[in-house]
Design a protein around this ligand. Structure first.
Ligand SMILES: NC(=O)c1ccc[n+]([C@@H]2O[C@H](COP(=O)([O-])OP(=O)(O)OC[C@H]3O[C@@H](n4cnc5c(N)ncnc54)[C@H](O)[C@@H]3O)[C@@H](O)[C@H]2O)c1
Length: 324
């Protein structure tokens, strides 16, 4: 079978490797769609938050179909369409253990969730990034049609937040320097999109000077993280999803007290996958505008390259169609 293999640091290759064997409590999954994330590039370049070793098959944003089941597997059958969580005990699928960017891969029943019938394989591979957005909104206390939400940054994560808060009924304002990404935010349901320079004026108009009920920081840039405190309303909420390790920026920290703010951070999406899948199936939300490029397995290196070009790529998917 074919697989995208990180053979060493900065050395990706599409290789022929044996179809893996499964144990009694495991299933063999045929990959269908696999998304490329910043963290896949970090892993290739030698950076990740827990120990790992090459050679390694990446891929943690995926959907697939069960093609073999071990004798002790009770809840899944050949033909089931599935998605899977990334953090599994001490391991991270697609990071510290090999992942989904292969025609076939091994998974355990306990990591997997059935993909609801109405969701395509493309949507399935977007469940992982969407779950990160959904979890952050849950941690912030949720939103409804009474709320104005400002989303700072319209990468895949910020766009997923915007799609979710719009689907939940909130008036959603997306702040993003890239015009293409602002257009994607509109396609996903944002009521207003604006360049960072225009946000004060827009928010004044949309909220009558009250500010945002919830600001979600999804750029990972410290000055933008600081800015969130200025855009939020009295007794509003700020949710930090964007990641930064160690950089600094000046911030008006007194606003936390004087505005009586509630602030949450989030990492990953623990415990919310069943709810996330019900939300996607129930809302009918279409996240496919996030996928700007699709590649076959033979073009997997081009998919990695696309992820280096945020000016033309929001999310690249590698699509598979192998049968046993
Ligand atoms: N908390 C988690 O579990 C989790 C999971 C995945 C990703 N992340 C983090 O979330 C962040 C977003 O991820 P992504 O994949 O969407 O990244 P991304 O880099 O594609 O998106 C960031 C966006 O912020 C925009 N931006 C730049 N300057 C800005 C400004 N002044 N105001 C508003 N927007 C600005 C960029 O143009 C870009 O579109 C990253 O920091 C990533 O590491 C967190």
């Amino acid at each position: 079978m074919k697989a995208l293999v990180y053979t060493a640091q900065d050395s990706p290759a599409v290789e022929q490797v044996p179809v893996p064997e499964i144990g009694p409590d495991e299933v063999l999954v045929a990959a269908r769609s696999v998304g490329v994330c910043h963290s896949d590039i970090d892993l290739l370049e030698g950076r990740y938050i827990i120990p790992f070793a090459y050679p390694l098959i990446p891929g943690h944003e995926w959907s697939g179909q069960v093609v073999r089941v071990g004798e002790r597997v009770k809840g899944l059958a050949v033909g089931d369409r599935v998605v899977g969580e990334c953090v599994i005990g001490a391991d991270h699928f697609g990071f510290s253990i090999s992942g989904a960017a292969a025609e076939f891969f091994v998974a355990k029943e306990s990591w997997l969730h059935r993909l609801p019938d109405g969701l395509s394989y493309t949507m399935g591979a977007l469940v992982e990034p969407f779950s990160v957005a959904y979890y952050a909104i849950v941690r912030a206390g949720g939103v409804d049609a009474s709320d104005t939400v400002v989303v700072l940054g319209a990468g895949p994560v910020g766009l997923a937040v915007a799609a979710a808060t719009a689907a939940m009924g909130a008036t959603t304002v997306v702040v993003e320097p890239s015009a293409d990404r602002r257009a994607a935010a509109t396609a996903l349901g944002a009521a207003h999109v604006v360049d960072p320079d225009g946000v004060d004026e827009l928010l004044e108009r949309v909220t009558g000077g009250r500010g945002a009920d919830l600001v979600v920081e999804a750029s990972g840039r410290p000055p933008v993280m600081a800015r969130a405190l200025e855009l939020v309303a009295f007794q509003g909420r700020v949710a930090y999803i964007g990641i930064d390790v160690g950089r600094e920026a000046g911030a008006k920290l007194g606003l936390i007290q004087s505005k009586e703010l509630r602030i949450t951070g989030s990492i990953g999406s623990p415990g919310v996958w069943p709810e996330t899948l019900r939300f996607l199936a129930g809302s009918g939300l279409d996240l496919t505008p996030l996928v700007t490029q699709r590649f076959g397995v033979d073009e997997a290196l081009a998919a990695l390259d696309a992820a280096h070009h945020p000016e033309s790529t929001i999310k690249a998917h590698i699509e598979f169609d192998a049968v046993l």
